[in-house]
Every structure is written in structure tokens, then in C-alpha cells.
Design a protein. Structure first.
Length: 159
């Protein structure tokens, strides 16, 4: 049986950190009654973390197989974790695009789409074990969502 590079407690910690990061953005979106809120942001973040963990684990497994076998190096798949990052970010961008719509001449949902995308980035960082990047991203995203929203409303002319 294959043994993971990551002990179960570490997998759980990385997924839990992703869940918390996604939840914090999701709570902010829920509080503003936006279409993609708590569950969406949590699922995106946890899913991205799981994909990153799996990718890192599989890369190690393939590297070990190549080192321990007589298989020609030309027959070993080229696994690049950065391709996974690009795929996840692109896929989440597609998901976020579904939250953008036009209503009475105004385009709505762009900030929600950006929050979904940011939740994915937080999940990838947690999955890679880069908690400092995830935490800084959560803090900055919440500041942007809270502070900039107030500034935007203050600058918007009242009719």
C-alpha cells in the first residue's frame, strides 16, 4: 500500500486551514447577501487545497518510482505541480464567471467572482503548507472587502 508523504494530522491541518480561510471570505460575502457565500468559498478553498496536496503527493510518488525502478527515464511522466496551480486557478476563474451577471445595465458579481478566485488561491497556499501566504491573503482580502467597499460607497454620487 502506498504511504502518503503527509501524515494524516498534516493533511487535516492543511485542509482545516483552507476551510477557515474560505469561511472567512464566505462569511463576508454572506453578510452582504451575495450569491456565492460561505459554502461556495469554503468548498473552493478546501477543494483547491486537496488538489494541491494530491499533486505534491503524486509528484513525490512518481519521483520515487523513477529512482527505484529500471524504467527508462523517458517513460516516467513529467509531473509539474505548477500545471496543477494553473489548472485550478483557471477552473476557479470559470466558476467565478458564473457569478457575474448584468442587471438593469449594471454588471454585478465581479467582487464575488474575485472572492471565489481568492478563496482558491488561499486553498492552494494551505495545500502547499504555505500558511503565512494564506493568512496574509485572507487578511488583505478582508480589508479590501470591508474598507474599500466603504470608500467606494462614500465616493459614489447620490442621485
Amino acid at each position: 500500500m502506498y504511504e502518503s508523504e503527509f501524515p494524516l494530522w498534516e493533511v487535516a491541518a492543511r485542509l482545516a486551514a483552507a476551510l477557515v480561510g474560505g469561511a472567512l471570505l464566505g462569511i463576508e460575502r454572506e453578510a452582504k447577501h451575495k450569491p456565492a457565500g460561505l459554502r461556495t468559498n469554503m468548498l473552493v478553498s478546501v477543494g483547491a487545497a486537496a488538489v494541491m496536496l494530491l499533486t505534491l503527493d503524486l509528484c513525490r510518488e512518481v519521483a520515487e518510482f523513477a529512482m527505484d525502478s529500471d524504467v527508462s527515464k523517458t517513460h516516467v511522466p513529467n509531473l509539474d505541480p505548477l500545471r496543477t496551480v494553473a489548472g485550478v486557478i483557471g477552473g476557479i476563474g470559470f466558476l467565478g464567471a458564473g457569478s457575474i451577471f448584468k442587471s438593469q445595465g449594471d454588471v454585478e458579481g465581479i467582487t464575488t467572482a474575485a472572492a471565489i478566485w481568492t478563496s482558491g488561491a488561499i486553498g492552494l497556499a494551505c495545500g502547499a503548507g504555505r500558511f503565512e501566504i494564506a493568512a496574509a491573503t485572507v487578511v488583505l482580502a478582508l480589508v479590501i472587502l470591508a474598507v474599500v467597499d466603504g470608500v467606494t460607497h462614500a465616493l459614489t454620487p447620490k442621485s
